[in-house]
Design a protein around this ligand. Structure first.
Ligand code: ATP
Ligand code: MG
Length: 258
């Protein structure tokens, strides 16, 4: 059974999309089959992988209509790594879902018949805690939280933890925080070390050992329509995402032996 991981932080620009795309690429390099669901109307993961943001069918059409993930998923050029693209219509979802049945579970319901086709399904969420992210969280087995190593990074984390707890209590008891990934880390700044220490207090034993450094190559890759694995696999950002993918696989496989 595939493991569904929602990459969530309602704070904008913390590295959710960069982590979703590059982690997916390195999981596929490790021989895992991966589906990345772009649940963000900004469609940044879709364009990061070189696809047009204006495609005529994608995640929205699956969540609201007769299309299935099987039909809309695209080959990314990486082995066994598929993308369910975002389309502009997804921007209306927060309002339109309100009148739909099982509006908090549209994504969960639609993933059921393809869950077995993948080892990992990653969900890139928008920077809000609206109905789309709610769908991302109820569909997920686990949550991964990218946190930028900067002074205001911890702002909003309390609200995120509260939301996750509410979902556990009311909608999805099995939902679990997999861990926090520190992004755009620069060890030269003392501030970053303070953030790290405070995070340890917030999420004891839930911080990934693999830390993602600030790397220009990571920020250039999207404009080339490539993951960092396709753009510059020798860069330090690439190595960091490779380590993160290995750490994730290790944790998943250790878990499943329990
Ligand atoms: P949003 O909330 O808008 O969806 P996000 O959380 O998905 O944003 P990203 O789009 O991944 O964040 O990253 C924000 C910006 O920071 C992008 O321009 C990205 O290229 C850049 N970036 C992300 N991670 C790094 C990094 N480790 N080093 C340098 N730049 C980075
Ligand atoms: Mg994003």
């Amino acid at each position: 059974m595939g493991k569904v991981i929602a990459i969530v932080n309602q704070k904008g620009g913390v590295g959710k999309t960069t982590t979703s795309v590059n982690l997916a690429a390195y999981l596929s390099k490790l021989g895992k089959s991966v589906l990345l669901v772009d649940l963000d109307p900004q469609a940044n993961a879709t364009s990061h992988l070189g696809f047009d943001r204006g495609a005529d069918r994608g995640v929205y059409e699956v969540l609201t209509g007769p299309e299935s993930f099987r039909e809309v998923s695209l080959e990314t050029g990486h082995d066994n790594f598929h993308l369910a693209p975002s389309t502009p219509s997804l921007a209306g979802a927060n309002v339109e879902f309100v009148s739909l049945d099982r509006r908090e579970f549209r994504l969960y319901d639609n993933l059921l018949d393809i869950k077995n086709n993948y080892d990992y399904i990653l969900i890139d969420n928008p920077p809000s805690l609206g109905l789309l992210t709610l769908n991302g969280l109820t569909a997920a087995d686990q949550v991964m939280i990218p946190v930028q190593a900067e002074y205001f990074a911890l702002e909003g984390l309390g609200q995120l933890v509260e939301t996750i707890n509410l979902i556990k209590e009311n909608l999805k008891p099995e939902l679990d925080v997999l861990g926090v990934v520190l992004t755009m880390y620069d060890s030269r700044y003392r501030l970053a070390n303070d953030v790290l220490r405070e995070l340890y207090n917030y999420f004891p034993n839930k911080i990934f050992r693999s830390v993602i450094p600030r790397s220009v190559r990571l920020s250039e890759a999207p404009s080339h329509g490539k993951s960092i694995l396709g753009y510059d696999p020798t860069s330090k950002g690439a190595k960091a995402y490779e380590r993160l993918a290995r750490e994730l696989v290790y944790l998943s496989e250790k878990d499943s032996q329990l």
